[in-house]
Design a protein around this ligand. Structure first.
Ligand code: PLP
Length: 386
């Protein structure tokens, strides 16, 4: 199996390492010489369990996940997590306090906005503690400007660590000066998981759809503080008027069944295993973070050199290392940019339909060489058109 190495900057599903896909393609056909493909085996077989366990172990190793936390996988994508987070953390809060709690959401872009709306739609009380909408999500407001959290009634604070569409990313997490004790920090890291080091101990829950930085669509990664798996009983929840989670999204049920309560997309999990294995072999997160920072630096610097042509809407200290958003002065110039890029085999650069412009997604699997090619084109195009 051969393919040319693409210079693909699509926002997701994202480009994956070619050697991983080659191995996975073979394994889909015949896994470990069993004459059966990985997608054809029972999800409760020893073979499937090993795939799940290895993948979990890789996450634990890469992120240095402490024993206080558990890794599990579910279907439903990032959007499924908007619902699962609310159901499960509220059921845990009811267990902890005997009360129906509320949730604090920082709305810093389209995805956190959707997450907050979903929690509300399901019948939970939501406090929007920060909202970047007034400035089109071009910066993440400093914690000093966020509304204080109602410490006596709030189960969790939800943030989207990297807003894939608007191109902003948190450069620090809320510490004790903002986040009251007992309010759990929840982060959607769908578009930057395993792109940088994180201190997992600071989080109640880290969630990520796999399909951008680490794998294929079909699985969502959850890293949860084990104590949050305790939940009020269904009867207690009904008595408190708290909506019950669908069983397939119930964290304790999924964890008790090693992520295979219902049929896990094991091929997707296998890809996750191969990607994380490769990441470990290639030097781990520190190395990857270094590369990602370098890629983002050279691209932003090239764009900044030509301010009359390229506009970078996101403020410097909120800029994403994964999704570099920029615009050109006219639709004609944007079309010419995309056409010129395509001629040089630089693809996937069109911005999200809701914000327009350009977006270069430079996820883990995008090679430094690909970003260097893009940088060369950014400069060449500017020299001709500024
Ligand atoms: N959260 C973030 C940060 C995303 O980028 C996306 C998808 O792009 C989602 C959530 C939704 O993910 P899904 O399409 O898996 O539901």
């Amino acid at each position: 199996l051969q393919r040319e190495e693409a210079n693909y900057f699509g926002a997701g599903p994202a480009f994956l390492p070619t050697d991983v896909l080659r191995q996975a393609a073979y394994d889909l056909f015949n896994f470990e010489n069993a004459n059966l493909g990985i997608g054809e085996i029972s999800h409760r077989s020893k073979t499937a369990m090993k795939v799940i366990d290895d993948t979990k172990a890789n996450f634990k190793e890469l992120l240095n996940i402490p024993d206080t936390h558990e890794v599990f996988f579910m279907q439903g994508g990032g959007t499924g997590a908007f619902s699962s987070v609310a159901y499960n953390l509220m059921a845990n809060y009811a267990k902890r306090t005997g009360k129906k709690g509320k949730a604090a959401y920082a709305v810093t872009g389209g995805w956190s906005k959707k997450a907050a709306e979903e929690a509300q739609r399901l019948g939970f009380d939501v406090d929007i503690v920060a909202n970047g909408k007034a400035n089109n999500f071009t910066s993440i407001p400093p914690y000093s400007e966020w509304k204080a959290i109602d410490a006596d009634n709030t189960a969790y604070l939800y943030v989207c660590d990297n807003e894939t569409v608007h191109g902003n990313e948190f450069n620090s997490i809320p510490g004790p000066e903002y986040l009251p004790e007992g309010v759990e920090l929840v982060a959607d890291t769908s578009s930057n998981i395993l792109s940088k080091k994180v201190d997992v101990s600071k989080y109640g829950l880290i969630v990520a759809g796999a399909q951008k930085n680490v794998g294929l669509a079909g699985l969502t990664i959850y890293i949860i503080k084990k104590s949050l798996l305790e939940q009020a009983s269904d009867d207690e929840l009904r008595a408190l008027n708290i909506p019950l989670s669908p069983i397939a999204l119930s964290f304790p049920v999924v964890v008790a069944n090693n992520s295979a309560y219902n049929t896990i997309p094991i091929f997707t999990c296998h890809i996750l295993r191969l990607v994380t294995q490769k990441l470990i072999e290639d030097g781990g997160i520190e190395k990857k973070q270094e590369q990602n920072e370098y890629k983002a630096k050279i691209l932003y610097e090239a764009l900044e050199k030509y301010p009359s042509l390229y506009k970078l809407p996101v403020e410097k200290n909120s800029r994403s290392h994964m999704n570099v958003v920029f615009t050109l002065p006219s639709e004609d110039l944007e079309s010419a940019f995309l056409a010129g890029a395509a001629e040089r085999d630089l693809t996937g650069l069109k911005g999200h339909r809701s914000v327009g412009g350009m977006r270069a997604s430079i996820y883990n699997a995008v090679a430094i060489e690909s970003v260097e090619k893009l940088v060369a084109f950014v400069i060449e195009f500017a020299e001709k058109n500024q």
